[in-house]
Design a protein around this ligand. Structure first.
Ligand code: DGL
Length: 262
C-alpha cells in the first residue's frame, strides 16, 4: 500500500472520522491504527499520552510512510498534537472538540462537552471555550464508560438504554444543564453511538462532532493527490488484547479488510 492516509486512535473511535474521509476520498488507501496496547487514553496522564502517541506515530511513519496522518482522537490531539507536529515531517491533522460549531448552533447559549476525563480538563478546551463560546455556559463531562460502551457496541455487544441515559445525566444534571440544547461529542468514539445517545436523551438535543471538518481539511490538504491503489483499507493493532476478532465485521463495514499488528 503506497503512501496511505494513516488514521490513528486509541481504539475504534477513529472510525467515526474514517467514514467522512472515505466519502470524500474513496480511492485513498487507508491504514487505520488502533492503539489497543495503550487503550484507553482518557484515564491516563498527559505525560503518558504524549510520550506514547509521539513514539508510536514515529514508528508508524517509518513503517507505513503515510502521505498524511490524522490523529482521530480528541485526547491525543488536545495533549500531543503540537509535539507530534514538531517531531514529524508528515502533515498531521488533529481532532479538537467541535465547540465552535456548537456555539454557532446553540439557541439557549448553553452547550455540553462530552469527552474523556483527560480531554475535558485540557487548557486547549478552555481556549476553545474562551475564543468561540465566551457568551455561552459550557458544561463538561468526562466519561470513560461511554468509551467502553462504544467499544462493546462495535464488537456486537450493545449496552442498555439506561447506560446511555446515565452518561448523559452526568452532563445534564449539572447546574444549568437543563438549558443545554447542543452537545459536543468531544471523543471520536461517541459519534459511533450517536443514535443510541439521542434515543436515551431526556429531551431532543443537537449533537455535533468534528468528523466532517476533519475530512474537509484532509481532502483539502490532499487535493490533486493521485492514488495508485484504489481504496485499500488495513486495520493495524498495537497488541492482540481487546478481542480484535469480534471487531472484524465492523471493520469490514468501514472497508478495513486487512488486519496487521505493529
Ligand atoms: N477516542 C478517543 C478520543 O477521541 C479516546 C478514547 C480513550 O482512549 O479514552 O478522545
Amino acid at each position: 500500500m503506497s503512501q496511505p492516509i494513516l488514521i490513528f486512535d486509541s481504539g475504534v473511535g477513529g472510525l467515526s472520522v474514517l467514514r467522512p474521509i472515505r466519502e470524500r476520498l474513496p480511492n485513498a488507501p487507508i491504514v487505520y491504527v488502533a492503539d489497543t496496547g495503550g487503550f484507553p487514553y482518557g484515564t491516563k496522564s498527559e505525560m503518558e499520552v504524549a510520550t506514547r502517541v509521539c513514539a508510536l506515530l514515529g514508528r508508524l511513519t517509518e513503517r507505513y510512510r503515510p502521505r498524511l496522518i490524522v490523529i482521530a482522537c480528541n485526547t491525543a490531539s488536545t495533549i500531543a498534537l503540537a509535539h507530534v507536529r514538531a517531531a514529524l515531517e508528515v502533515p498531521v491533522v488533529g481532532t479538537v472538540p467541535a465547540i465552535k460549531p456548537a456555539a454557532e448552533a446553540t439557541r439557549t447559549r448553553a452547550i455540553g462537552v462530552l469527552g474523556t476525563a483527560a480531554t475535558v480538563r485540557q487548557p486547549y478546551v478552555d481556549r476553545l471555550a474562551a475564543d468561540f463560546a465566551a457568551d455561552c455556559l459550557v458544561l463538561r463531562h468526562g466519561s470513560a464508560k461511554l468509551v467502553e460502551i462504544a467499544e462493546a457496541e462495535l464488537r456486537g455487544r450493545p449496552a442498555p438504554r439506561s447506560d446511555y441515559a446515565e452518561v448523559l445525566a452526568g452532563l445534564l444534571d449539572q447546574p444549568g444543564g437543563d438549558r443545554v440544547d447542543t452537545v459536543v461529542l468531544a471523543c471520536t468514539h461517541f459519534p459511533l453511538v450517536g443514535d443510541r445517545l439521542a434515543a436515551a436523551s431526556p429531551r431532543p438535543l443537537a449533537f455535533v462532532d468534528g468528523g466532517e471538518g476533519i475530512a474537509r481539511r484532509t481532502a483539502h490538504l490532499l487535493a490533486g493527490a493521485d492514488w495508485d491503489e484504489a481504496g485499500a483499507g488495513r486495520a493495524v493493532f498495537t497488541s492482540r488484547n481487546g478481542d480484535v476478532d469480534a471487531l472484524r465485521p465492523a471493520l469490514a463495514r468501514f472497508g478495513l479488510t486487512e488486519i496487521d499488528y505493529l
